[in-house]
Design a protein around this ligand. Structure first.
Ligand code: NDP
Length: 600
């Protein structure tokens, strides 16, 4: 396929590439990921749980369970469900929130909804005989589905909610993990599954004055409905006489801005980098379609989506949404399956496909936003996967409201918070309320994000062991830490549809636990050799493209503009989730847990 000319394209790729570089350079900062401040000490109140009126009191636990699962989000729920199906009865889930749901427990901001189609994103739909009410279900429905999973699989029994793990220590003589928590628990578990979640520690920008602000303030993941009034779908009546600032324009801000915009007396949205906003086209579930679904439909749909998103071919795109469209277009434009593929041209064609998609996104902003200066500010100038693509049908139009103003900080961000409001571009914007839509920690250490360290055999901590990068077998077990299992994307299969990968990992862990039962093993552990081999494989097949990352505008995908060399080792399995799922399935089929050290 010949590279199209700029006349054929209607834009000049060289000029766009240069524009992307200029926009990136404006945003590069030497402090990269250090620009954010950890929420602790004087900022600790930002972490308070607004969804429980009074913390439940209970006595510290000193008992023993067979399986402890850390995290009651989707990962913990799926693992709990799969283990129950295998007959495990003595399970305890430990969760810092007041209920199950993880992300969906915390993120209740108005407009919160899933971005991946609900029919493939919500776990265990067939098991619960449930079909979501919309293609992109809203947060309350997802939270309630999470609670229903916990009820169906009896996971409330023995659970420790409102509880944070503070330490996990291996007791060698007893062959047990000792779990300590902020509730003074000190109990034992034979097996521990860590499903801490990738994005759960809110972060604040490292600017001065946050605590000097005299008005009201909160982070989007701790939405204060007591102040704003309303609920996640309704009008926020408490804001009708309020001037509000939203700081940040990522996926969260995109979903909540229209609701704040329609309710507040005045809304200022402080933007450092615009998101790409594509069509959402949410719709109610067709009851006829739902009634015709055949057993196995969810797995088939999940796989169909995953094949397409991995660049594979399927007869029919069942999900047909922004994600499958983006990836299909990139791949078909590059046409690399043609018989006479010129491999040198593939990256150039992919870049052109990306330019075309982003031109479409920029034109959409121009069409939907009345004021041309504001529309220009809302146009993203970077490759689509430099940041998370967003999909929304009323975010851009919100800036047509006379009461809503986009404050374009030209890549510099908010300068400081004053007693009365927000300072940006040398101008003070007086407000009554500041909402931080500034995201979550990524790229900080595993221990800092988890909130606890793990001490394995011979006093070795996980933070020491992973100081130079993660070391695991299949991303699930790590040598020196027996009977400990990890659910995460790192060194494992990554898919846009996270719960799909969580389910595969949960089945994998379930298999190992069942093998322990069958073979009467007291503990299992990844051997050093198997782990070394897996880490070498992860590095060898890594698709971490540092030049692509460097060319991107800063964000959490590229460690705020300073691509982390550790991302090669800490990243997912580079050949993709489908080959990864095949590897772990074949390993299970072999039946002897190769690479695992077994203690009777
Ligand atoms: P992000 O990290 O994506 O966004 C943070 C925002 O804060 C960015 O716009 C950032 O600007 C901005 N920011 C940071 N510091 C400053 C500053 N000093 N001044 C002005 N702006 C600043 O967080 P989100 O919570 O939006 O999203 C995090 C992730 O959560 C998403 O990427 C997605 O994976 C997930 N998510 C999923 C949803 C779904 O599935 N429905 C919905 C919402 C979130 P800049 O871009 O310049 O860094």
């Amino acid at each position: 396929m010949a590279i199209p000319t700029k006349e054929e394209l209607g834009f000049d790729p060289d000029a766009l590439r240069e524009k992307y570089r200029i926009e990136r350079d404006k945003r590069l900062r030497t402090d990269a990921n250090e620009q954010y401040q950890e929420i602790k000490e004087e900022y600790a109140a930002f972490l308070d749980d607004p969804y429980i009126a009074h913390p439940t009191s209970r006595s510290p636990l000193t008992d023993e369970v067979e399986v402890a699962i850390i995290g009651g989000g989707f990962g913990g729920l799926i693992a709990g469900a799969r283990l129950r199906e295998l007959g495990f009865e003595d399970i305890r889930i430990i969760e810092k929130g007041g209920d199950f749901g993880g992300t969906w427990y915390w993120n209740r901001y108005p407009g919160a909804a899933c971005d991946t189609e609900a029919y493939i994103y919500l776990p265990l739909l067939e098991e619960l005989d449930y079909v979501p009410s919309q293609k992109y279900a809203h947060a309350p429905e997802i939270l309630s589905h999470s609670q229903n999973i916990a009820k169906k699989y009896n996971l409330y029994e023995n659970a420790c909610l409102e509880t944070e793990v503070t330490a996990l220590n291996w007791d060698e003589p007893a062959s047990r993990w000792i779990i300590q928590t902020n509730r003074d628990d000190n109990f034992k578990a034979r097996f521990v599954i860590m499903s801490n979640g990738p994005l759960h520690r809110p972060k604040l920008p490292g600017i001065e004055g946050i605590n000097s602000f005299r008005g009201h303030t909160f982070h989007t993941s701790r939405w204060d409905y007591g102040y704003t009034g309303g609920d996640s779908n309704g009008r926020l009546n408490g804001l009708k006489n309020k001037r509000v600032a939203i700081i940040g324009t990522g996926a969260t801000a995109v979903q909540c801005t229209p609701h704040v915009g329609e309710s507040a007396k005045q809304l200022y949205v402080f933007q450092r980098t615009p998101s790409s906003i594509d069509v959402r086209a949410n719709r109610k579930t067709d009851p006829h379609w739902a009634s015709q679904l055949k057993p196995g439909w969810q797995k088939e749909r999940m796989e169909n989506f995953n094949i397409l998103c991995s660049g594979g071919v399927v007869e029919e795109d069942l999900v047909k949404d922004g994600w499958t469209e983006i990836i299909r277009n990139l791949i078909s434009m590059a046409n690399y399956r043609g018989e006479n593929t010129n491999w040198d041209e593939v990256p150039k064609l992919m870049e052109i496909a990306d330019f075309q998609k982003m031109e479409q996104i920029r034109n959409r902003a121009a069409e939907l936003v009345n004021d041309s200066k504001t529309a220009e500010s809302l146009k993203p100038y970077y490759r689509q996967f430099c940041k998370r693509p967003c999909f929304h049908d009323s975010y851009l139009q919100t800036f047509n409201r006379p009461s809503v103003e986009l404050v374009d900080t030209n890549g510099k961000g908010v300068e400081r918070i004053t007693n009365n409001g927000v300072l940006a571009g040398g101008k003070e914007y007086e407000v009554d309320c500041i909402i931080f839509a500034t995201g979550f920690e990524v790229g900080t250490s595993y221990v800092r994000r988890s909130g606890y360290d793990v001490t394995g055999r011979h006093g070795m901590t996980l933070s020491e062991k992973w100081a130079d990068g993660m070391r695991t077998l299949h991303g699930v077990m790590t040598n020196g830490f027996p009977n400990l299992f990890i659910i995460s994307n790192s060194q494992a299969g990554f898919t846009t549809n996270f719960p799909h990968a969580m389910d595969e990992t949960s089945r994998h862990i379930g298999y190992m636990l069942k093998q322990c039962e069958k073979e009467r093993l007291s503990s299992i552990e990844a051997s050093k050799e198997a782990e070394d081999e897996w880490v070498d494989e992860i590095i060898a097949v890594s698709r971490f493209a540092s030049d692509f990352q460097e060319s991107c505008t800063p964000g959490y995908y590229n460690n705020e503009g300073k691509p982390n060399p550790k991302s090669v080792q800490n990243g997912p399995y580079g050949k993709g989730s489908r080959p990864y799922f095949r590897i772990t399935a074949a390993w299970r089929k072999e039946g002897n847990m190769s690479g695992i050290l077994k203690s009777p």
